[in-house]
Design a protein around this ligand. Sequence first.
Ligand code: GLN
Length: 276
Amino acid sequence: MRIDEALAWAKSRLETESPRLDAEVLLAHVLGKGRTYLISHNDSVLDEPALQAYQRLIAERETGRPVAHLIGKREFWSLEFQVSPATLIPRPETELLVELVLEEAAPAGAKVLDLGTGTGAIACALAHERPDWRFTAVDVSQEAVELATTNVLSLGLTNVRCLRSNWYDAVGDEQFHVIVSNPPYIDALDIHLTQGDVRFEPASALVAADHGLADIRMIAAGAGRHLLAGGLLAVEHGYDQGAAAREIFSTAGYVDVRTHQDLAGHDRITLGRLPE
Ligand code: GLN
């Protein structure tokens, strides 16, 4: 089978959101090449082992397993992250959180806390951009802490330490200039949880009580003790949680509270500062 035929075959079988892209990523992975190779070599014939490996991956993808799990990695902020079923797969929307934090004023050598770091994507992307900042990335899952540590090391970052902690529990009395988080924020009854890739991600990274707002509330309340005066809190939330997040921030005493929209035009990130 030729490369173009293999891609067309998979495209006709997959009922995912982006069948062509999925097929290209999986075939490129099997061949150990980039996706552009597939275009420039579209009439090359696949050898038998490659074809079989590719067909196995397509069959797995047909069961719904995320592409990132099948190839064990995902790009975020143009950096490569190892992923596993133990954590959320980094999402493009979350790059907005990184972008917004980078736009905010923070002193040289700023101390940053990433709560529920998962793969470590947010902390690592920020650490890559701000080598002089110092990061503490925590997660309640030991597997997540190990994965984040692997990513910190493979990205060659020396300014991120990973720690097992249930939110602030193991953080101690340390105070930070910035606290960031992409916490679980989906309501347990949300239909979204029964469709697509999220079915293969841990519920502990997705679902929160109180209509998905419980963890954001807890983070905002605790940040009062763990943020320095004038410090920044930035959290990701659901497209319909902007008003609720602003209310939570304001009630907890934050000022300059604002919500930003993602590329799809949905409320996605709310920011606030502790008073000076
Ligand atoms: N944005 C993700 C989704 O809708 C959820 C991420 C999260 O809960 N932190 O699948």
